[in-house]
Design a binder for this molecule. Structure first.
Ligand code: ATP
Length: 341
């Protein structure tokens, strides 16, 4: 496989700056996930790497070679799209073989058979090779679509929300499979999504992107535990991080300049009233089986935390809030490092 280096790439469509001075290195064998909302510039970034778009500025290097001005065909990239684009009249076998049969590749037929069978095995669709592509479930179709990229053994795989059209169960299953396959092949993957669970579970590193800009790059753990801004903090974590104006805190020391605190569920414990100054009222309790989400009214702000389902809590009950190491942010939403005690 190969590494990919983007240097200061920018792309504008009329008044819209789809990608802004984005720099990113995807290391050989890495599973990089770009996480961002709709319109963040994720697809445009992938299209710039493939050469389907050309950047207004900046460069794209693949394995040390500057490909910025090369045609898409010469870049040795496989792309998996959000909507699986299979040939409906062909069998699974022929769909998988198709990329290898292109005149550009000239792969001998016995080698094609070997690659197709290996790929089908890897994706657990070995028994479906003779099925027409239309006679498959959605999950199987998406496996074939992914397989069409895998047969080729390219320098890098680019994946544009390939699981988003599947139901939750299949998504969970294919997340695991994709991660396994990536490990087995040692593949270099750039995967874009707006789904934080996909990013957290599959990525070796996550790049958080918004308005065409890369806001932070790090391992899932770094991004979750050490976000650079309130925006990044709010992209990861379920329930979403609680945001509280710092002026509403009592007896919780925060560094100077703190305007808001970000409180994840693990930063907030509740207990019976016992003389502490932060008192909230239980607004609602959601039972989720193994845990409860407790919605609290604290001085007019809603906070959510987790509680043991066996902890007796009544709506309207007053509870004491205990904050442990919340994240602190300035007026612009930028992170302020915690004070050393
Ligand atoms: P989604 O998750 O919805 O696919 P995205 O993060 O992939 O979003 P892009 O498709 O890269 O976002 O689009 C980024 C911005 O550029 C958007 O505002 C979009 O409307 C705009 N854009 C993308 N392609 C074009 C184009 N060919 N012409 C004009 N504007 C475009």
């Amino acid at each position: 496989m190969a590494d990919v280096v983007l240097r200061n790439i920018s792309k504008r469509f009329g008044a819209i700056e789809a990608v802004r001075e984005l720099s990113l290195t995807i290391n050989d064998g890495e599973f990089m996930v770009l996480l961002g909302p709709s319109g963040a510039g994720k697809t445009t970034t992938l299209r710039l790497i493939t050469g389907l778009e050309s950047p207004d500025a900046g460069s794209v290097m693949i394995n040390g070679r500057d490909v910025t001005h090369e045609a898409p065909g010469s870049r040795d990239i496989a792309f998996v799209f959000q909507q699986y684009s299979l040939y409906p009249h062909l069998t699974v076998y022929d769909n998988l073989a198709f990329p290898l049969r292109s005149p550009a590749h000239r792969v001998p037929e016995p080698l094609i058979r070997k690659r197709v069978e290996q790929t089908a095995e890897l994706l657990h669709i070995g028994s479906k090779l003779n099925n027409r592509a239309t006679r498959l479930s959605g999950g199987e179709m998406q496996r074939v679509a992914i397989g069409r990229a895998l047969v080729r053994d390219p320098a890098i795989y680019l994946m544009d929300e390939p699981l988003s059209s599947l139901d939750a169960k299949l998504r969970a299953e294919l997340r695991l499979e994709l991660k396994r396959i990536q490990r087995e092949l040692g593949a270099t993957i750039l995967y874009v999504t707006h789904d934080q669970v996909e990013a957290m579970t599959m990525a070796s590193r996550i790049g958080v992107i918004r308005d065409g800009q890369l806001l932070q790059l790090g391992t899932p753990r770094e991004i979750y535990e050490d976000p650079s801004s309130l925006y990044v903090a709010s992209r990861l974590g379920t329930p979403q991080i609680n945001v509280l104006p710092a002026r509403l805190l009592s007896d919780v020391p925060v560094p100077p300049g703190t305007e808001t605190v970000g409180i994840r569920t693990e930063h907030l414990q509740i207990g019976p009233r016992n003389g502490g100054q932060m008192v909230g009222r239980v607004h609602r309790v959601e039972h989720l089986g193994e845990q409860n989400h407790v919605h609290l009214d604290y001085r007019g702000e809603m906070l959510v935390t987790l509680a043991d389902p066996h902890q007796p809590l009544q709506t309207g009950q007053e509870v004491e809030l205990h904050l442990m190491h919340p994240l602190c942010f300035d007026h612009a939403g930028q992170r302020i490092p915690a004070m050393i005690h």
